[in-house]
Write a protein that binds this ligand. Sequence first.
Ligand code: CP
Length: 345
Amino acid sequence: MTATPTPTPAGRYPAGGQAFPHRDLTGIGHLETHEIMFLLDEAEQWVALNRQPSKHTDVLSGLTIINAFFENSTRTLLSFEIAGKRLGADVVNMQAAQSSLKKGETLIDTAVTLNAMRADAIVIRHASSGAVQLIADKVDCPVLNAGDGQHEHPTQALLDALALRYALKEKGRSEFAEGFWGLKVTICGDILHSRVARSNILCLTALGAEVRVCAPPALMPDGIETMGAAAFTDFDSALDGADVVMMLRLQNERMSGQFIPSPREYRHLYGLTAGRLERAAPQALIMHPGPMNRGVEIDSDIADLADSSIITRQVEMGVAIRMACLEVLTRRARGVDGWSAGEWA
Ligand code: CP
């Protein structure tokens, strides 16, 4: 069975392609609040589809999507692959470890090569901040950032916002149906190296949330307050009355040198334990983008709390958000929504 998507209600956003006029999704920092809301609203139809036994549409039939991941991934790679396939596209995953980059080819030459194969969208993960923009500047099709160094991970922030929207709705918090005005969100972990933290600060503050970030002094970037977040080094203070607690792992792969005395000491000061969670608001929601280091930044019994933890919900929303991003960004190529087909080429 082929399902028919239900578009966002007419009149809620600017007409035609102006609801989301960007060719690429390289970061949340480039987006207006109504553009974030548009992607979240668009994703709801895909949440509904993904909950049906038959999850296939042919909306992107005939299109080719290349997932080029130059850094490890489980959730993001698989969910982009599933998203593209559920939309009916041909999806190809480039294995960076077996690519010609290993023979000395430059990233730009790789990008030009992918472009010559006439991909209709390219999804990139790379260890270097700015690598995704570099590739976007060299190709003719939409580019989606699946995480670049310490810079941004925009689809993670969008899926986190969507997971929050659903969880708050289920808890009867109707005041958050159109945004997160007044919602207190504490993000704790390796803020310095985290693209997830950066994209989430941008996304959550755009949607009205009061964002606190917490890290040891060595893992707190200078000037984080300029992004609109309040900075804490004391986790107990950062947790006071929080409606949402988002835990992040230590990004050891991005650390050169010793940033914490030991994992045991880190857990003592910054790990989310049952005792510490009592400082947050009753029934506070627990989030983690994964992969988790259980027993370091979060205790297992907290990560698995049935009523409060929405960690697996985040993963579910990842597929829907990536479907929304792929569908919206390929509207020009498909000549829908007022665009002329192939306008980027
Ligand atoms: N959250 C996240 O980006 O997970 P992966 O590294 O598994 O994709």
